[in-house]
Design a protein around this ligand. Structure first.
Ligand SMILES: *Cc1c(COP(=O)(O)O)cnc(C)c1O
Length: 422
């Protein structure tokens, strides 16, 4: 493989071409393993950024793609439809709350967020709420890299501060401070309550990631918070958008994170694990209120909308998940990660170790002096692929991982984290 060409000419996520970040060359992948060009293999503890919940090269998913490939890989969705889109749409409405009633297929998570924001805005404008022009969101949030999505990412940790002056200004409130298992305290909600009371007549929607704030800070917060937010949004008649692009499809121990709180958003964004990591696809679901409230054309229509290959593999991935004993698996992954990472608690440089569902986070007090590049090479040499960011080492392995493989990840991380200088 011409990695030299790659380093000179190919951009990778969040890098520049003047000082290219070193890359590992992957030849193929199977189960939880990435097989590298140098003949070694690493366990993918990241599930390729939340996506590959069933692992790689899965026969059932391969078959779904191959079968669809023999029929048609793509056809425009403007004026045409097809079985994969219809069956996937039905399935998504079946497995989400019964109030969700309509589906918009988009290309990626970021685009789903754009679509959700446009949908909410058009709904408001058509209700005569033409004064509305902003969103309320939370610090430590991450919603993607396109302009609309960037504008609701944390302005500091959200990676997009360089573009701040080009972004529409929305309202940020502190990230939820009450942890997932903490006893609920009403004051956690004070700021949100106050901001919504003051700004509701200008607010199109509240948008945030339910239960787990992902790439903006790996914060796990109380379901009570969601309940109260839903209640207040109803009270002030403000739409609620949940971005479940990272949390959807079992990752937090429930099929969707909003189930922890038994509340439902008006608009729901799905992506990442939707296709089991096979292809890029996202979906925006909304309730009848929003769908029926939009009576002029909704002007969004990606070229690859509802791509049949992606829809077919998504449907197969969801069925595979539902037919597996995913809840028990994730519960036992949570138990195992909690106990095996437990010995890191109390180390002078470790601030917190937390686990929710199939996600584990080791948060350090600071990332000063941490060389994550070196950290990654060390873990890769031990057969584990991770990608720490800020002051956090986090893992979300495929659900099919064997206990012994998971132990290999936690043992490797524990050993290397103990040695960290920071
Ligand atoms: C990854 C992510 C996105 C963006 O999805 P892309 O497919 O990378 O555009 C949006 N929201 C959340 C919560 C995510 O984790």
């Amino acid at each position: 493989m011409d990695v030299e060409f790659d380093q000179k000419h190919l951009w990778h996520p969040y890098t520049n071409l003047n000082q290219p970040t070193p890359v590992q060359a992957v030849d193929r992948a199977e189960g939880v393993y990435l097989y590298l060009q140098d003949g070694t293999r690493v366990i993918d503890a990241m599930s390729s950024w939340w996506c590959c919940i069933h692992g790689y090269n899965h026969p059932v998913l391969n078959q779904a793609v191959t079968e669809q490939l023999g029929k048609m890989s793509h056809v425009m969705f403007g004026g045409l439809t097809h079985r994969p889109a219809i069956e996937l749409g039905k399935k998504l409405l079946e497995i989400t709350d019964e109030s969700l009633d309509a589906v918009f297929f988009a290309d990626s998570g970021s685009v789903a967020v754009e679509v959700a924001m446009k949908m909410a805005a058009q709904y408001c404008f058509e209700q005569g709420e033409t004064e509305k022009k902003q969103f309320i969101t939370f610090a430590k949030g991450y919603h993607g890299d396109t302009f609309g999505a960037m504008s609701v990412c944390d302005p500091v940790t959200g990676m997009h501060h360089k573009f701040n002056k080009l972004l529409n200004k929305h309202i940020f409130i502190d990230s939820p401070q009450c942890g997932f298992n903490d006893a609920w305290q009403d004051q956690c909600l004070d700021e949100f309550k106050c901001v919504l009371k003051q700004h509701h007549d200008k607010t199109i929607a509240v948008i945030f990631e339910p239960i787990v704030q992902g790439a903006g800070g790996m914060n796990f917060y109380s379901p009570e918070y969601l309940k109260e937010v839903r209640h207040l949004c109803d009270q002030y008649d403000v739409l609620l958008i949940f971005d479940e692009i990272a949390t959807g499809f079992g990752r937090t121990g429930k099929l969707f994170a909003y189930e922890h709180a038994a509340v439902v958003p008006d608009i729901l964004c799905l992506g990442k694990a939707l296709t089991g990591g096979y292809m890029t696809l996202s979906a925006v679901l909304c309730n009848q209120k929003v769908a029926k409230g939009i009576s002029t054309n909704f002007m969004h229509g990606p070229t690859f909308m509802a791509n049949p290959l992606a829809c077919a593999v998504a449907l197969a991935s969801i069925n595979l998940l539902l037919e597996s004993n995913w809840q028990a698996r994730i519960e036992s992954m949570a138990k195992q990660m909690t106990s095996e990472l437990g010995e890191l608690i109390g180390l002078p440089h470790v601030k917190d170790v937390r686990v929710l569902g199939a996600i584990a986070v080791v948060e350090l007090f600071s990332d000063n002096n941490c060389d994550w590049q070196a950290f990654q090479s060390q873990t890769a040499a031990e057969g584990v692929w991770v990608r720490p960011f800020m002051n956090m080492i986090y893992i979300m392995p495929p659900f099919i991982i064997e206990p012994s493989e998971l132990t290999h990840i936690t043992k490797t991380l524990t050993k290397i984290i103990k040695r960290l200088p920071c």
